[in-house]
Design a protein around this ligand. Structure first.
Ligand code: SF4
Length: 497
């Protein structure tokens, strides 16, 4: 069985969400997670904190399970009668570090220790977790999960500092790699981001209620406004002072200088186009990627009487395709946008391998070509990325069956050559078509069976992303330039898990 959610696309670690100061915190978290379902479909969890007047103590409530958000909280009474309290954090999971079928790995992870309750939800991947885990285990720590996130809880619990915020700071100063986190203590919501700022993390507000989310679409659904991003290396503390002073507390995790390396893949594919990521509109950047692709990789029909039509691969390349067509026409190429592939929205999450005699390809269950649109045309397929190449190959076959004159393929990112250590799940390098073909575009084009193939270069991709505020990006999966130390053994473990 294979996951049909997105065929042959990299998968991100997760989505996080947090609420401070609303009696309906769990319901708001449910909506925040629903809007961020694209960031993780394996499991979901919510933890709330409730002040129990009878005992004068705080109580944590938690619900987690495998499945989509709507399935996990199918019993809506959970949100009102079980997950009580005015503070909450939530998480949608897609795992890379930690086995996917281990229920204990579903976040938020929760512990009770000397300073009270604490829960954590994490987006990203810690690059020094193997080494930290070994040290902690040698010291007698017993782990409940195989997730890298649990390390942070142990480091907090072992801290000798007396103030909980100092314990958290000390723990975060020891971890490296990518982390966009929400933490919940009895009475405080905390958001923190690694000093490279690999993954996004945004702050929102509606009246006296404060929110944290991976993507701003989570604020739109609950009518909250996007305030700003949590800065790389920043820890934001939202507690009752916010209602007294109207301001949140901002601290540096440690004195390491922030060196932003935002994940460029968030703009290319991962985030929703209606989100603001790293302070900019994803839609706008994705259009620009498409425009620059048209500029550097035009398709000109050999016979001027042939019509060039440009089609998107729904839904992930919709925006880049619009940009491509807009720019192609600006350059006088006379390209026409067409809907040449129809996506079925009713396909389940899994694909059952057909028996040999049922000759169908996986892509066929998800897409169907519009024959009348494609027949006898010069067709340009625009996609946002190619990972293994198997899906692109099958898409090309599908389009060819509709009888076009030529099929050209254009990709609004560079060839993916290397693995990601910062929370995006790619297959092993030799499974990546570009790596297998040694980065030779001609060879990849032959494997895909297209008349021509064009990608953006790393420089063209970077020229499409905002630079005006001194932004800096991670491009490691394209360029091999990792902005921080990596542990290559970590990938081996993940692939064997
Ligand atoms: S390696 Fe690629 S996917 Fe991973 S953070 Fe860098 S740009 Fe993003």
């Amino acid at each position: 069985m294979m996951n049909m959610q997105e065929l042959d696309k990299p998968r991100c670690h997760c989505a996080v969400f947090g609420v401070f100061g609303d009696a309906a915190a769990a319901q708001l978290t449910y909506y925040g997670l629903l809007a961020q379902q694209h960031r993780g479909q394996e499991g979901s969890g919510i933890v709330t904190s409730e002040f129990d007047k009878a005992t004068g103590r705080y109580r944590f409530h938690s619900h987690k399970d495998f499945g989509l958000v709507d399935d996990v909280y199918q019993d809506r009474n959970l949100l009102t009668d079980v997950l009580k309290g005015s503070l909450a954090i939530g998480h949608n999971r897609y795992s890379t570090a930690g086995s996917a079928d281990n229920e204990a790995n579903i976040q938020p992870l929760t512990v009770h220790y000397k300073s009270g309750n604490i829960a954590i939800a994490h987006n990203g991947n810690l690059t020094n977790f193997r080494q930290l885990r070994r040290t902690l285990e040698e010291d007698g720590t017993i782990f409940q999960t195989t997730s890298d996130t649990e390390i942070i809880l142990h480091l907090i619990a072992r801290s000798k500092k007396s103030v909980q915020i100092d314990q958290i700071r000390e723990a975060l100063a020891q971890v490296e790699g990518a982390f966009s986190l929400v933490l919940l203590t009895d009475d405080t919501l905390i958001a923190a981001r690694d000093h490279h700022g690999f993954r996004p993390l945004a702050l929102g507000r509606k009246g006296n209620t404060f929110f944290v989310a991976s993507e701003t679409v989570a604020f739109d659904i609950i009518d909250a406004e996007y305030v700003r991003d949590v800065a790389p290396g920043e820890m934001v503390i939202i507690d009752k002072k916010v209602h007294e002073t109207g301001t949140i507390t901002s601290l540096r995790i440690d004195d390491r200088q922030a060196t932003p390396h935002h994940c460029i893949f968030e703009y290319i594919y991962f985030s929703r186009p209606d989100s603001q990521i790293f302070g900019h509109s994803v839609d706008k950047v994705r259009r620009k990627l498409g425009k620059n692709l048209a500029q550097s990789n035009p398709v000109v029909a050999k016979d001027p009487s042939d019509k060039v039509i440009v089609i998107n691969v729904p839904d992930s390349s919709n925006t880049a395709t619009m940009g491509y067509v807009q720019q192609a026409n600006k350059l006088g190429r006379n390209a026409r946008l067409e809907i040449g592939l129809i996506r079925s929205h009713y396909i389940g999450r899994t694909f059952i391998q057909p028996r040999q005699e049922v000759r169908t390809n996986k892509v066929k269950t998800k897409f169907n070509p519009v024959k009348g649109v494609l027949k006898d045309k010069v067709v340009v397929i625009v996609d946002d990325s190619i990972v293994r190449g198997t899906t692109s190959q099958q898409l090309v076959q599908l389009v060819r069956q509709a009888g076009p004159k030529e099929v050209h393929f254009r990709v609004s990112s560079p060839p993916i050559m290397y693995p990601c250590y910062y929370g995006m799940d790619f297959p092993t390098p030799n499974e990546l078509i570009a790596n297998r073909c040694g980065g030779e575009i001609r060879k990849i084009a032959e494997e895909l069976g297209v008349n021509s193939l064009g990608y953006l270069t790393v420089e063209e991709m970077l020229a499409s992303a905002p630079q005006e505020k001194g932004e800096n990006y991670c491009t490691a999966c394209f360029s091999g330039r990792y902005p921080s130390a990596i542990d290559t053994n970590q990938k081996k473990d993940e692939n064997e898990a």
